[in-house]
Ligand binder design. Structure first.
Ligand code: SF4
Length: 292
């Protein structure tokens, strides 16, 4: 079976499970990136009922926000219910810039508190479709077609949906949140070929030189962050201002004086090798900086 038909079969099975155990259609989470475009088109081709949600992270590129709005207008005209959700923290509206001073640390590759507050806002007990792919990164290499997330990575349970893993039924009866990854085994090339053949308009950020779409300055974007801050310099200012407030908060709460200035935080956060020693957030050090 080719990749497209395999993914459609997975979606049809997931749609049945969603209706049976949750009495609701599948919920497709759209980030504005290429993988969620593929999932939307596959749901359309599978002719299954589905709803769509986008979580505003507040650090998205303006192009991403406009692209998502445009996509949602098209989907709504086709009768697909769509929702754009804003992030909340302790019941109040929040943003990346408010959260950094509250968490007293910027999001890093090792401490990604941001996803829980900015990307998984609704966290409903639903069958959720995500464009996660094993080939995307090492952290996603062990992703399954169907997953029951745990509190930690070790607690995560993956199911072999393609082979009708029967444990799925028990999990669904318990009303757990289930994640479906219909294109988990697709490569970048598969994704681009599918989008090209289907004539789907993608987020303009890709034609601006970015390989992935996420928050501007996302620590997972590695060196692309330099390009991102060149393209959207106001976001660098927003981070720097948030770092000033974060340092004030660290002083007020008696935290270690790891940095003296917002510029030091920024250069550490960008993992600028010119900085005297690189601080590891877990307390180690790379280079000659003091031990934490
Ligand atoms: S895209 Fe990056 S910065 Fe944004 S929520 Fe996800 S991990 Fe955090």
């Amino acid at each position: 079976m080719d990749l497209e038909h395999k993914a459609i079969e997975r979606l049809r099975m997931a749609a049945e499970m969603s209706e049976k155990y949750y009495q609701k259609p599948l919920l497709v989470t759209v980030s504005g990136g290429k993988d969620s475009e593929v999932c939307l088109e596959l749901c359309r081709r599978a002719r299954i009922p589905f709803e769509v949600v986008h979580n505003l992270t507040t650090a998205d590129a303006p192009e991403t926000v406009r692209h998502v709005r445009k996509t949602f207008r098209r989907l709504e005209l086709a009768g697909v219910p769509c929702a754009i959700l804003s992030p909340l923290y302790k019941g109040n509206p929040t943003s990346m810039w408010k959260l950094i001073p509250q968490k007293l640390i910027p999001p890093t590759r090792k401490i990604r508190w941001c996803c829980a507050y900015l990307k998984e806002v609704a966290n409903p007990h639903r069958c959720i479709v995500l464009g996660v792919r094993s080939a995307e990164s090492i952290s996603r290499a062990d992703s399954g077609v169907l997953e029951l997330p745990g509190k930690t990575r070790r607690e995560k349970i993956t199911f072999d949906m393609d082979n009708g893993d029967s444990r799925v039924i028990a999990v669904c009866q318990a009303k757990a949140k289930l994640k479906v990854h219909p294109i988990v085994d697709w490569t970048d090339r598969d994704v681009w070929a599918f989008l090209h053949d289907a004539g789907i308009e993608v987020n303009p950020c890709y034609s601006m030189g970015l390989r992935r779409v996420g928050c501007i300055g996302c620590p997972m974007a590695s060196k692309s962050r330099y390009t991102e801050f060149q393209l959207w310099p106001k976001y660098e200012q927003l981070y720097r201002r948030a770092f000033v407030r974060m340092l004030e908060g660290r002083i007020a709460t008696g935290k270690d004086r790891l940095w003296q200035t917002a510029d030091e935080v920024f250069r550490w956060w960008m993992e600028d090798k010119n900085l005297e020693g690189q601080l590891d957030i877990w307390g180690g050090e790379i280079g000659g900086y003091k031990h934490l």
